[in-house]
Ligand binder design. Structure first.
Ligand SMILES: C[S@@+](CC[C@H](N)C(=O)[O-])C[C@H]1O[C@@H](n2cnc3c(N)ncnc32)[C@H](O)[C@@H]1O
Length: 252
């Protein structure tokens, strides 16, 4: 029934994230061999994660505020032949229990969501409540320090200073993101609602720093970058300069 999710998520990048999700799904399948893993993807948008997960044999519910994104999701799911495994629900993470039963998902995703919502602690609490006891929450969020260093390299020093100094890691009113996090802030957000952080890693540690000419250098170069990325993701000091931070946290 299931294809390795890691094989299917290539388009989303984030090889390290795939590996962690793959391991979590393997655990769920062992615990519940009689049914599909149930995934809730909050702010899942047009299905960059949801559709490959469904193609990997999961039943995926996507909750998103955007009807356009949900329409694109349904189209994409149909084209991938997994329309019946993907449920699109228009809803807000602020009122998640209105649209999704509590304690109903083996794995809850909140990928690139916390940086766009008004109330990040509230969103984390809602995602945690939607997970079954013993279930997991996967959070992917824009890293503060990569954004700062990227601006330094581009010579945008005033913005870099604001990203570093602003409590939410924003570069001012024109910033489209509500916040950027570093690893301690992400851990604190998850632990504040009683979640146990099992994985806290960088995703795209090298994205910003490897010159394009090197990355475009053919399959050997792509492989070399991927191998370096896998090593770098595990180094705490380098994790902080990843474009995104990824955490997998477990509910009691
Ligand atoms: C940057 S996209 C991320 C999409 C997807 N998770 C991914 O990783 O590719 C953020 C998504 O969150 C949705 N969103 C924003 N605020 C939301 C909220 N309060 N509740 C639910 N979804 C929300 C947006 O409509 C958008 O589809």
């Amino acid at each position: 029934m299931s294809t390795a999710v890691g094989d299917l998520l290539g388009a989303t990048g984030g090889g390290q994230v795939q590996r962690v999700l793959e391991a979590e799904l393997a655990t769920v399948r062992t615990r519940h061999p009689d049914r599909r893993p149930r995934i809730l993807d909050v702010g899942g948008g047009s299905g960059a994660w949801a559709v490959p997960l469904a193609a990997g044999g999961c039943a995926v519910t996507v909750v998103d505020t955007s009807p356009n994104a949900l329409a694109a999701l349904q189209r994409r799911a149909r084209e991938a032949g997994v329309g019946e495994l993907v449920t699109a629900v228009q809803g807000d993470v602020d009122a998640l229990t209105d649209v999704v039963p509590a304690e109903s998902a083996d794995l809850v995703l909140g990928h690139e969501l916390l940086e766009v919502v008004d109330d990040a602690p509230g969103a984390v609490a809602a995602m945690s409540m939607a997970a079954v006891p013993g279930g997991a929450v996967s959070v992917l969020v824009t890293g503060r320090h990569a954004a700062m260093l990227g601006r330094v390299l581009a010579g945008r020093l005033a913005e870099a200073r604001m990203v570093l100094a602003d409590p939410e890691g924003r570069f001012g009113p024109a910033d489209k993101l509500r916040r950027r996090l570093d690893a301690p802030a992400l851990r604190a957000l998850l632990e504040a609602v009683g979640l146990q952080v099992e994985v806290l890693q960088g995703d795209g540690v090298l994205d910003t720093w490897v010159p394009r000419a090197v990355r475009d250098g053919g399959p050997a170069a792509v492989r070399a970058v991927a191998e370096l990325e896998a090593l770098a993701a595990e180094v705490p000091a380098l994790r902080e300069i990843a474009v995104r931070l990824h955490a997998l946290a477990r509910r009691d």
